[in-house]
Write a protein that binds this ligand. Structure first.
Ligand code: GDP
Length: 374
């Protein structure tokens, strides 16, 4: 692109992002009709800033890794409290690689969101310990780990108290991968601080086009919402938005238990597959959206069965979505302690020690083993 064209680029007068009408999840998105109106009235705001100004509501916005790392290193150079939001249902998909290196000496308050999705029978103190331990394995030493539900407005008061406790006169940066519920959380915080709502501003990180949203705190410091980072392995990249809605749980997960013999297969809709390869007869527990079809077959017949029924009996994906749906790839796991086999973004299956299993996921989506959560 030439200099001249760059100068001609339209920018949002709220956050400075370059106006574009192609991708609602990227900075600067503005529907074409709104661009026309904005130009006519000389008040061209991107959709995110427009919503913020008129409805006091923020919309999610995301960035690819490089820009996000730039942003993180800027945060590392300032004194701040980092509020790191993860999705407890997709914990591994929520991890920001290298976060611990980028935040510098700044303290991290780790917030596990969407706790409403996990079975109520799971003790919350146990869940917190598990999250803390997993965070430690990723190199993070949070000052505290909390569980909240942004959607159900659970523990948000407590979160605000903890933020006050740990920020000690510093600014607060809220960071997270896309889809962990960061926008929902920020909107709850905005609601709780209605007295100052008209003071909320958007602004730009100097030298970049990254927008951030600033919520004033009591002492002139700011709570700053940053764009979400897009994870390359997210299920969102292989499933259509409709299919994604079908597999993303909205309600408390009801664990489903199966007694399996070796050489049996479970299909998870047509999206993924679990093979029990070697071991005794075992009980496994599946944690997926309650409406996701789990279908059992014999391992020997599984390939044929999939070819024949994907898009019909085994959905999602639907028949129409099959053309763009990647082939399933297999990864084998030998499990030595009680573990979760994780199908990233979809859910997990808890298996006992001493078994060999395989997880099949669409090419580009991650499968992994971790210490059992429950
Ligand atoms: P962001 O990309 O991190 O800003 O995520 P959003 O705030 O847009 O939320 C992503 C999805 O997660 C939306 O469908 C939300 O309704 C949902 N969500 C957010 N918070 C919660 C929560 O506490 N519980 C549940 N069950 N869903 C949530």
């Amino acid at each position: 692109m030439s200099e001249q064209q760059t100068d001609d680029e339209l920018r949002c007068i709220g956050c400075g992002a370059v106006i574009q009408s192609d991708d609602p999840s990227r900075p600067g998105y503005t529907p074409q009709s709104a661009v026309k109106k904005g130009l006519a009235t000389n008040e061209l705001y991107c959709q995110r800033c427009f919503r913020l100004r008129h409805y006091n509501e923020i919309a999610p916005v995301s960035l690819a890794d490089d820009d996000f790392l730039k942003l993180l290193s800027q945060i590392g150079q300032t004194k701040a409290l980092i509020v790191y939001v993860v999705d407890v249902f997709d914990f591994n998909g929520s991890l920001i690689p290298g976060l611990h290196r980028f935040v510098g000496k700044n303290p991290i308050l780790l917030v596990g969101n969407k706790e409403d999705l996990l079975p109520r029978s799971l003790r919350r103190s146990k869940l917190r310990d598990w999250i803390r331990q997993q965070a430690n394995m990723a190199g993070l030493r949070p000052v505290e780990t909390m569980l909240v539900s942004a959607k159900k407005n659970r523990q948000i008061d407590l979160l605000l108290e903890k933020i006050e406790k740990y920020r000690q006169g510093r600014d607060v940066y809220v960071v997270g991968v896309t889809n962990v519920g960061k926008s929902t959380l920020i909107n709850q915080i905005i609601k709780q601080r209605t007295g100052v709502q008209d003071l909320i501003t958007t602004s730009r990180f100097p030298g970049t086009t990254l927008d951030k949203i600033e919520i004033p705190l009591t002492d002139g410091h700011l709570l700053i919402d940053t764009p979400g980072i897009i994870h390359a392995h997210q299920m969102a990249h292989v499933l259509s938005p409709q299919a994604l809605k079908l597999v993303a749980p909205q309600k408390e997960i009801k664990p489903r238990t199966y007694q399996l013999n070796p050489e049996q297969t479970l299909f998870l809709g047509g999206i993924a597959r679990f093979d029990y390869l070697k071991g005794q007869r075992i009980g496994i527990v599946a944690y997926f959206d309650n409406n996701l079809l789990i279908h059992r077959t014999k391992l020997a017949n599984a390939d044929n069965f999939y070819q024949k029924h994907v898009g019909e009996l085994l959905t999602p994906p639907t028949k129409d979505e099959l053309t763009n749906f990647p082939a399933l790839e297999q990864e084998e796991f030998h499990v030595h302690e009680k573990s979760d086999i994780v199908f990233e973004g979809l859910g997990w299956i808890a298996v006992p020690a001493g078994v060999t299993v395989a997880a099949w996921v669409p090419k580009g989506v991650g499968a992994l083993v971790r210490r059992a959560m429950i």
